[in-house]
Design a protein around this ligand. Structure first.
Ligand code: UN1
Length: 493
């Protein structure tokens, strides 16, 4: 199967014959070949999107939203198929594959609802017989750059508000997960989205991504990925005066206080640390535990980790799937070595899995370190794999300080039975998402998603906040006095 670009409503044969294989991370099997596009393809897509946008902006928002209802309906109809493709291509276990597709369906219906809201504001004018209001206006052509770890959900967080807001888009999916983009392209085609509203260009960030950021007709770049790449996107975007929305890394922690329900905490940690094999930007990679609860928590975690079944995610009984590729395996393993050199104690895991069931895929053993100090690299840097560091603290204030003492600020969590600590924690945890008595993952689509510090640049995906990325405020004054009225001059009171 060869995956080619979707531009102006058509599947476009490539200009060059450069293709890259798409591999199943669980088996190493080649699933498809994906086109590696060039700047010329971006130009063509941007041109089509620009032409289409002029018309699309004039379609009433509730009508634009009708397409989203249809997209949601088709996604729902194909949920199982989409989940299966997702699991094969990305490796997350099938239950999570279904969950991710559901996240996309939810986003379709939620943003479709915005078509009948898209609220603006009316405001009194300072002058008589004058009407003042502000509305959300479309921006134009927007560029979406999405990661492989949530190939559908994150694309819907960006493309659906773009559509309802009256923009057209050019989407560059990750080269590791183009099949999900292809599936979405087929859905865009089938619901009859007008030509040029949705465009998909496959290829490398260095070529296609750069061409998007530099393209004069693309006004917004919405990016999810690593902090290093995000910084480059921001620098380049800054030079071209683009609105750049960034969602980047995390070093998310679960805090466990001495009064916590430990069984609940163990379940939350397991789910948020080893779900998706730790490859969520919201994944828990630090456990900050009160010294009085440390021993017990550690023992219970070790006990429960034995129940994690590792393997091909298409098998319903498997709990932890493979990591995305060989490079990821090596990166994760190098962090494990760093942790050992730094003096952390490896309790379990720490190996690339070998043996007939694992040899063809990219499997890393769920790994637990203890006696980790907050400044160690394994406690500071994003590993993006199934590796957790236990850090001991003496009390609540220290726990908050350790949580906040990293460059990232995406998600955090605290397990405690003390209501005063709950309220203090939600105020003082310096992350965009805070969980109380729940793990660090599982954000819902109708709330803003994003983080502070090195995680983002102030924008949010998802929720109504996503509309702030994909619309621009326009202030409108209607003077119906029939005479010249001068603001600031004729308004003496
Ligand atoms: C991500 O890891 O990039 O909150 C997104 C969660 C999911 C989305 C994660 N709903 O864990």
């Amino acid at each position: 199967m060869k995956l080619v670009n979707f531009i102006n409503g058509k599947w476009r044969d490539p200009r060059n014959a450069k293709f890259t294989p798409v591999l199943n991370p669980a088996t190493g099997e080649e699933l498809a070949q994906v086109q590696m596009s060039s700047k010329a393809d971006v130009d063509e897509a941007a041109r089509a999107a620009k032409l289409a946008q002029k018309k699309w902006a004039k379609v009433p928002a509730p009508k634009r939203a009708d397409y989203l209802y249809e997209i949601g309906r088709l996604m729902k109809e194909r949920k199982e198929h989409l989940a299966q493709v997702l699991t094969k291509e990305m490796g997350k276990v099938i239950e999570e594959g279904r969950g991710e597709v559901q996240e996309g369906i939810d986003m379709a219906y939620y943003m479709a609802g915005e078509g009948r809201r898209l609220f603006g504001e009316t405001t009194p004018s300072e002058l008589a017989d004058k009407f003042a209001m502000s509305v959300r206006a479309p921006i134009g052509v927007v560029g979406l750059i999405t990661p492989w770890n949530f190939p559908v959900a994150i694309a819907t967080w960006k493309s659906f508000p773009a559509i309802v807001g009256g923009n057209t888009f050019l989407w560059k999916p990750a080269t590791e997960t183009p099949m999900m983009a292809y599936e979405m392209g087929k859905i865009f085609e089938e619901v009859g989205l007008p030509e040029g509203v949705a465009n998909i260009v496959f290829g490398a960030g260095s070529e296609v991504g750069t061409a998007m950021i530099e393209h004069p007709d693309i006004r917004v770049i919405s990016f999810t990925g690593s902090t290093d790449t995000g910084r480059q996107v921001a620098e380049m975007g800054g030079r071209h005066l683009k609105k750049v929305s960034l969602e980047m890394g995390g070093k998310n922690a679960v805090i466990v206080m001495e009064d916590a329900d430990l069984d609940l905490a163990v379940e939350g940690i397991l789910w948020s640390a080893f779900g998706t094999a730790g490859q969520r930007c919201t994944a828990c990679s630090r456990v900050i535990v009160h010294k009085d609860a440390k021993e017990e928590l550690q023992n219970r975690l070790l006990e429960k980790m034995k129940t994690l079944t590792i393997g091909d995610g298409t098998d319903e009984s498997v709990k932890v799937g493979p990591v995305i590729n060989q490079k990821a395996l090596e990166k994760i393993h190098s962090y494990v070595e760093i942790g050992q050199q730094e003096g952390a104690t490896l309790l379990v895991g720490g190996d690339i899995l070998k043996g007939s069931a694992y040899d063809k895929g990219n499997y890393y053993a769920p790994t637990l370190f203890t006696d980790v100090s907050p400044e160690m690299r394994i406690a500071q840097e994003e590993i993006f794999g199934p590796v957790v560091s236990i850090i001991e603290v003496g009390g609540f204030d220290e726990a908050i300080e350790v949580n906040n003492g990293v460059i990232y600020g995406l998600s955090s969590s605290i397990y405690t039975a003390d209501v005063n600590r709950v309220f203090k924690a939600q105020r003082d945890l310096d992350t965009g998402i805070v969980y109380i008595n729940a793990g660090t993952t599982g954000a819902e689509i109708h709330l803003p998603f994003g983080g502070t510090k090195g995680t983002g640049n102030g924008h949010r995906d998802s929720g109504v906040a996503a509309l702030d990325v994909f619309t621009e405020w326009k202030s409108i004054y209607v003077d119906y006095s029939g005479k010249l009225q001068r603001a600031q001059i004729d308004n003496d009171i």
